[in-house]
Design a protein around this ligand. Sequence first.
Ligand code: NI
Length: 259
Amino acid sequence: MIDTHTHINTVPLLSDIDNIVSRANKNNVLHMIAVGMNKKANQQGILLSEKYPCIYAAIGLHPSDVNDEQLDIEQLEQQAKHNKVVAIGEIGIDLYWVKDNFVLQKEVFIKQIELALSVDLPVIIHSRNSANEIYDIVENYPSLRGVMHCYSENVELLDKFIDLGFYIGVGGIVTFKNAKEVIEIAKKTPLDRLLVETDAPYLAPVPYRGKTNEPAYTAYTLSKLAEIRGLTIAEMDRITTDNTVRLFTKMNIQKQTSL
Ligand code: NI
């Protein structure tokens, strides 16, 4: 299995990183992408990717960090050349926490999309109360590839993101009893567009709901996804692993035979 979206590059997971990585590997999570949000997390993700063969990094400025940090596109461009930096992210728009800086969020998002295109990397997109705004931007970039991470809004827009070529990241919410919309999304997304992720330390799947999430719990989400689609866990693992390798072309890993 591959955890395509985890924040092991920040506390609390970073403080216990050796154990986090070894528990993940013991639970058959053989690769993971440490997703950045700001300079500190980006740098830390790269350091982890240099220390652990199973860790890859994504770098970017998160929409919730644009008020605290200026976008340094030159630095991101430099870091993007690193052989284990596989994506620009997470980037996007978040109109849940802060709405009044929409113009700035949009500007930072667009600059990072253009960076991703220039360095030929996929994007990892964060969307909260902003699927329409994001769609209006990304539809202008037909060669952009990427994933709508932990996508949990607007089932109607799902088809349009799929038509643009986007992948859909499914996280622990799909295991929650009341997660009608995310279950619907997991049902409707074409099999060749599904990715599995934890977004750890957030959004732990059942039976760890409410606790600190970690990459080792990827299997709970994967097995729920398999159940929803009427497949075996091994089949769903193969499908989502193939999808991950197809999207994150720099991961360059052997096809897994886990599970
Ligand atoms: Ni995240």
